[in-house]
Ligand binder design. Structure first.
Ligand code: T3D
Length: 262
């Protein structure tokens, strides 16, 4: 088990805390692998009746760990986006397909794939200090980890396209206004609020919850698995562009990116 996340199971409620606070819980390969394994394990564990996903420190998650893929660009190469996304797909599919309701307790900023995980959860409760950015376009990538499906379902197509094209950072209150989150609470009440709801779910009809999740997804969905594949193909293509490489280098050098359009 990795120390990039913390797993606790008590009274039917599993709490998964993304635990790399020094880099805003950026999703390292180790963290993503741990998240996928933990979620798949929880989905199989009948003692788990509800799940809370949250972040340690001041962030929920800043998305893909850009520092870790830095070396992949040397000698004109690029990261193996499809391999990276395969692990994310295991994690996000587990959230989607498990019976237990999954609550995102969004304690701080959620960016890129971090925001995708928020969108994939069944319920989203945000601290008033939380912020959200799709972030992908800022570094020349496309939305992934299911966001092209989940975000438009939550906020509508028009707003989703705007958020994805601009990568603008929005506040918790703005997120509430557009339907991105279910509720905003004072930061110091977030964990209790999520725990109370999770306790309610943990005492509920877990099997029926699973069927409700299945039905609600079927009611609005195209084929989610096909979408994950399409995302991986396009991310692989976007990840080969000069703009993406330049933007990652600029982020790591704490410089604004300059896009050539290629
Ligand atoms: O395989 C693939 O790559 C495909 C999958 C892609 C999925 C994705 O998620 S792509 C999107 C990746 N995420 C981003 O581009 C977001 C980058 N981060 C930011 O834009 C900002 O950090 C935030 C808006 C999230 C928060 O801003 P702020 O001002 O509150 O914090 P900060 O000062 O920028 O960050 C604090 C530290 O965390 C800083 O390190 P330092 O200077 O204290 O040593 C920063 O470098 C680090 N950090 C933040 N985000 C990441 C990160 N380190 C690695 N990876 C990150 N994503």
């Amino acid at each position: 088990m990795t120390d990039h996340l913390i797993y606790e199971l008590r009274d039917g409620v599993a709490t998964i805390t993304l635990n790399r606070p020094e880099v805003l819980n950026a999703l390292s390969a180790e963290l993503t692998e741990g998240l996928a394994d933990t979620l798949e394990g929880a989905a199989e564990d009948e003692n788990v009746r509800a799940i809370i996903i949250t972040g340690a420190g001041r962030a929920f998650s800043a998305g893909q760990n850009l520092d870790e893929i830095r070396g992949d660009y040397e000698d004109g190469g690029k990261p193996d986006f499809k391999a990276i996304l395969k692990t994310h797909h295991r994690a996000v599919s587990a959230i989607r397909n498990m019976q237990a309701p999954v609550i995102a307790a969004v304690n701080g900023v959620a960016a890129g794939a971090g925001m995708s995980y928020v969108c994939a959860c069944d319920i989203r409760i945000a601290a008033d200090s939380a912020r959200f950015t799709t972030a992908f376009a800022k570094i020349g990538l496309v939305p992934d980890v299911g966001m092209a499906s989940t975000l438009p379902r939550l906020v509508g197509y028009g707003k989703a396209v705007e958020l994805c094209l601009t990568s603008d950072v929005i506040s918790a209150e703005q997120a509430l206004a557009i339907g991105l989150v279910n509720e905003v609470v004072p930061a110091d009440e977030l964990q209790q609020k999520a725990a109370d709801l999770a306790a309610r779910f943990a005492a509920g009809p877990t099997y029926a919850y699973g069927l409700i999740k299945q039905l609600m997804a079927a009611g609005v969905e195209d084929d989610f698995e096909d979408l994950l594949e399409a995302e991986a193909d396009l991310q692989d293509e976007a990840g080969g562009t000069e703009d993406h490489k330049a933007a990652v280098a600029a982020f790591l050098a704490k410089q604004p990116p300059v896009f050539s359009g290629r």
